[in-house]
Ligand binder design. Structure first.
Ligand code: GTR
Length: 425
């Protein structure tokens, strides 16, 4: 059999399996199998965590290690920014309310080069501003209706309806995702938006020859080792790289950066928040399986389903837990707990059962015991709140009406949450 035919055959097999699994998705609460969730304050060797010191010195590092080696994969080394190029700064953006800044971070090593384009809108003031930092799905030009935004030249998944053809965007792609980015509201509320196209960091395809991964390969290596980073960790690494830059930007208050992400990018935002404590706030918008939702609660997407559809997102060790979630030494509430004591917001949508809203809520609730140990208010709700009734302690949560998306309603809650924690409002 020719190799191409063989690969086609395997590809088809995997996809048939993925479709078959979708048929068997559990969406009925009464069909959820029994499960047990590890207590975040019980040590792996069974002792109880009773002090802040034991949390930070022992339990937190142990939990982080398990997520690193078994779920997201290790960052194999350090890679600093090699060069920053500012393309333009304009003080006349968003109807004169904002500064627009566009720049690239260049990463270079041996014959590898990576360019990460950043778009910033910052409210005009004489103080450094707090910002929301978020990856976007199709390029910076899609975020806002502004002809001055540079079109991405990176590979983007095809979508002819918004002018993405042959994996390249076109003029027609401008502002195509602007519904998700209420730049005017963000600016008027006194926050900046810093955004970057996730494909600049690692194109979202099962191919480890591009993006940041090859920077760290040994001779003849073609993909990360079984405990090394998949794409989610690569995107998280990129967010930390942007943070390295923000720490030097005179207009941004790097002590008030809220890292935010929707869906797969919510998974990346959570992993960025867990691995990099410079992020002062972490916001997960409908991140689902491998994000905020519990894995051991079998509802909506499961570990097998995600590893089958997206074999490049996690490390290969995570495959061990396909259909064997009970063997996972951790669950996702323990990932959320790694964000403590920093404010954390988890959001779900009623029309997004694939991401398991209840599993996301329970995860935020179970993570709260760590916040409480640290003397903070965790999630101020024992039961799942009603639709469109946000709750906000140091951990916040809402389930809104509507489908899987990042909406103005979601942003309004994140702005309120930032006001509460950054401004004491
Ligand atoms: C889905 C995937 C989810 C979620 C989503 C997205 O197909 O199964 O885990 O990440 O994609 O990122 O839009």
């Amino acid at each position: 059999m020719k190799p191409i035919v063989f690969f086609l055959f395997i590809y088809l097999l995997l996809h048939i399996e993925a479709f078959a699994q979708r048929e068997n998705v559990i969406y009925d609460e009464s069909k959820v199998p029994e499960y047990q969730i590890p207590d975040v304050l019980t040590r792996f060797n069974r002792g109880k965590v009773k002090s802040e010191k034991t949390w930070f010195k022992k339990q937190r590092p142990d939990i982080l290690k398990v997520f690193t080696e078994e779920v997201y994969g290790k960052f194999p080394g350090n890679q600093e920014i090699s060069e920053v190029k500012v393309w333009e700064t304009s003080a006349n953006a968003v109807n004169g309310l904002a500064i627009r800044k566009q720049l690239s971070l260049f990463f270079k090593k041996n014959n590898h080069n990576l360019e990460v384009n950043i778009l910033m809108y910052l409210p005009k003031t004489d103080r450094k501003v707090p910002v929301f930092l978020a990856c976007n799905f199709t390029g910076n030009h899609a975020v806002y209706n502004d002809p001055n935004i540079r079109l991405t030249e990176s590979w983007v998944a095809n979508n002819p309806s918004v002018g993405i053809i042959n994996n390249q965007v076109t003029e027609q792609s401008r502002a195509s995702a602007s519904d998700r980015w209420p730049v005017d509201e963000i600016i008027k509320s006194g926050y900046g938006l810093v955004t970057v196209y996730y494909g600049d960091i690692d194109p979202d395809k099962n191919d480890f020859s591009d993006g940041i991964h090859p920077f760290f390969y040994e001779a003849n290596q073609i993909k990360p080792k079984i405990d090394e980073w998949g794409s989610v960790a690569a995107w998280a690494w990129g967010l930390s790289g942007v943070m390295d830059y923000l720490e030097k930007d005179p207009l941004v208050d790097a002590k008030e950066v809220a890292v935010l992400g929707h869906s797969r990018l919510g998974k990346a935002a959570l992993w960025a928040g867990a691995t990099d404590q410079r992020f002062a706030m972490v916001i997960s918008n409908e991140s689902g399986c491998g994000g905020a939702a519990l894995s051991k609660r079998i509802f909506g997407e499961t570990v097998l389903m995600i590893n089958t559809s997206f074999p490049h997102w996690f490390c290969d060790n995570f495959l061990k837990y396909n259909n064997k979630e009970e063997l996972l030494p951790v669950d996702q509430h323990m990932l959320l707990a790694l964000i403590a004591p920093r404010p954390l917001y988890v959001a779900s949508a009623e029309g997004d059962p694939w991401a398991d809203p209840k599993g996301e809520f329970l995860s935020a609730k179970y993570a709260s015991s760590v916040y409480e140990l640290l003397g903070l208010e965790g999630l101020p709700a024992k039961e799942m709140p009603e639709v469109n009734h946000p709750v906000m302690g140091t951990v916040g949560y809402h389930i809104r009406s509507g489908k899987h998306d990042l909406t103005l309603y979601d942003w309004q809650q994140y702005i309120r949450f930032a006001d509460k924690h950054f401004r004491g409002k």
